[in-house]
Write a protein of this length. Sequence first.
Length: 119
Amino acid sequence: MKLYLLFFTTVLLISCSSSQPPSQRYNGNFRYFSGIAEFFDCKTQEKHYVTEEGIYDELIASYKDLNLKPKDDVYIRAEGFYQEEEQMEGVDPLEVFVVTKIIEFDTTRSCKRPYRQGL
């Protein structure tokens, strides 16, 4: 019994010590321009910069493959999480978005208008 308790406690401590929060699904508009990746969350109506963690390189490559005009947004469904990123000393931390999985890109949708086609 003591061995079982020791094993359970060890597993619990290891799982709690993970520095990365669990990924959740998000919907929003994404754009990449001049080396800056931005995500506009449809639910919160807030813009966040996308950090160069997670699957950042895959995200940027997939966006570029769409051959959109510069500064064009694309609707994205993705999994990820928000985290605070330290700035210069004396400046408040910035909340950034970390993408862990791309679910879908949709060039016909947007947060502001469900469907852009025919409008």
